[in-house]
Design a protein around this ligand. Structure first.
Ligand SMILES: *[C@@H]1O[C@H](CO)[C@@H](O)[C@H](O)[C@H]1NC(C)=O
Ligand SMILES: *[C@@H]1O[C@H](CO)[C@@H](O)[C@H](O)[C@H]1NC(C)=O
Length: 458
């Protein structure tokens, strides 16, 4: 994946340099055709192309490095590291610019350099931007750069979300500038970000308890999201599901590359096919990232199936606001032995309030979901949450807001349970839930106001 991206980026650069190459190449081919006709023709053609391309790459990067010098980021004495695919060409370009102490690397993983080695690091567009493990690469770059040293990154995306993620990855760096730089004749510029390593102390640590800040990049994403359905649907069993095609997924609006981990949490996962297999795996745009999946499901009937799904972590508990035993209500239709495809049953009640409840009750373990989120993930992770918890969402979300756990959620799919119109019986509302549609709307709008990209789940 990452290698493919790198290869594509190189092709883009080649196309950008193409205009210059074409003239020389046409001349070379012409010369070969007129002077030789032997079997070596193909190799000549190829090596001449390569040499010409390399020369253009060196020329391009020499001009980039000269800019760094005139902007005061680089001097001829700087110990310099370049990350990206064309390592030989970067070194040649640096030498041409007069910088002798230079190294170049292509690969991810641990960098074979001591702490605080370099004065300047440059990540070309085939470097960090194409890395399959930006979390590791960023901490290695950070480790090997001297305090007060500069890190300059070329990247393709220009959305605010990806810039913010990048700054989160380099959280002991100060943003010096972000601008667009042209690549020769290519019409789409890269973004060039200049960061400076701060002396030891981490700059900002956010206010996770209470309220999250709602920075401009979050507002921008939410403004572009699909509108909420303001009117209560008369046929919720149709309209909410149909709304799926209107959903503007975060990864369709922004680049999610600069994250350490990719997480999908399915609260109220039920059977595998119901949302993990049936929706997330198939439809959620993942930008080729490897997502780690957590299925939170307290109903024992669904547990067996997850035993064979080695890549999914099952938490066989009910998401709740604290660690305590709960009673789990299995809502059977009065005249039916089975539950309808695993839908619409299982409402949790805390032990104290359920004493008078008449029904099919099972004792289950509830856990503090908000605390778990806060203990397990950070702002460097990309976290997608689906929640379908039979009315408990009002308590869970309240707790997530109070504790700041909500700030760690990048994108949320929420089924809000209210006294919806029944499919079976015209003019009748479901008696199972007491909230009304407008209370659901308030919940959705308040989440969006808090900067959470929330969508209506069906
Ligand atoms: C190098 O830096 C890393 C992380 O910044 C630190 O954990 C490690 O102890 C340092 N090593 C030395 C030899 O100072
Ligand atoms: C209670 O919560 C803690 C984390 O806060 C967790 O480690 C522990 O396993 C939980 N206990 C139960 C019984 O779920």
């Amino acid at each position: 994946m990452a290698t493919n991206t790198a290869a594509r980026r190189q092709r883009i650069l080649v196309r950008a340099l193409y205009t210059g190459v074409l003239v020389v190449l046409a001349r070379t081919v012409y010369l070969i055709i007129t002077t030789t006709a032997g079997p070596t023709m193909n190799t000549d053609y190829q090596s001449s192309w390569d040499a010409e391309r390399d020369e253009q790459v060196v020329k391009y990067y020499s001009s980039i490095f000269e800019d760094f010098i005139s902007d005061g980021f680089l001097t001829v004495d700087s110990r310099t590291l370049v990350v990206g695919a064309d390592s030989q060409q970067y070194i040649a370009a640096l030498r041409e610019t007069g910088i002798i102490h230079s190294k170049a690397i292509k690969k991810n993983g641990r960098l074979p350099f001591q702490n605080n080695t370099f004065d300047l690091q440059f990540s070309a567009h085939t470097g960090l931007d194409c890395s399959s493990n930006p979390g590791e690469l960023s901490s290695e770059l950070s480790r090997t750069l001297k305090p007060e040293g500069y890190l300059i990154i070329h990247m393709e995306s220009k959305d605010s979300y990806s810039l913010h993620s990048l700054l989160e990855l380099f959280d002991s760096f100060k943003l010096i500038r972000s601008r667009e730089v042209p690549i020769q004749d290519w019409s789409i510029p890269w973004r060039e970000v200049v960061l400076k390593k701060q002396n030891g102390i981490l700059r900002r640590r956010r206010n996770l308890a209470g309220s999250c800040s709602v920075p401009a990049y979050k507002k921008e994403i939410i403004q572009n999201a699909e509108p909420l359905i303001a009117e209560e649907p008369l046929k919720p069993w149709n309209s909410l599901k149909r709304n799926l095609k209107n959903i503007k997924y975060l990864p369709s609006m922004a680049d999610i590359s600069f994250k350490t981990r990719y997480i999908y949490i399915d609260v109220g996962a039920r059977n595998y096919g119901s949302s993990i297999g049936g929706w997330f795996k198939k439809l959620y745009p993942k930008q080729n990232k490897p997502f780690k999946i957590f299925a939170i499901e307290s109903d024992r009937r669904f547990h067996q199936e997850y035993k064979s799904k080695k890549k999914i972590t099952l938490l066989p508990y009910a998401a709740w606001v604290r660690n305590e035993s709960l009673f789990f209500e299995i809502n059977r239709q009065p005249n039916s032995q089975h539950e309808d495809k695993g839908r619409g049953m299982g409402r949790v009640q805390s032990a104290q309030t359920s004493t008078s409840f008449l029904g099919d009750l099972n004792k289950i373990q509830g856990f503090d979901f908000a605390k778990w989120v806060k203990n397990s993930f950070t702002e460097k992770d990309f976290v997608v949450l689906k929640m379908d918890v039979e009315g408990t969402e009002f308590d869970l979300i309240q707790k997530m807001i109070e504790t700041g756990a909500i700030c760690l959620i990048d994108e949320m799919f929420l089924k809000c349970h209210y006294n919806r119109w029944e499919r079976c019986c015209k003019g009748e509302r479901s008696s199972k839930y007491h909230k009304e549609y407008n209370e659901c709307m308030e919940l959705f709008s308040s989440l969006r106001e808090k900067g959470v990209l929330v969508h209506q789940w069906w």
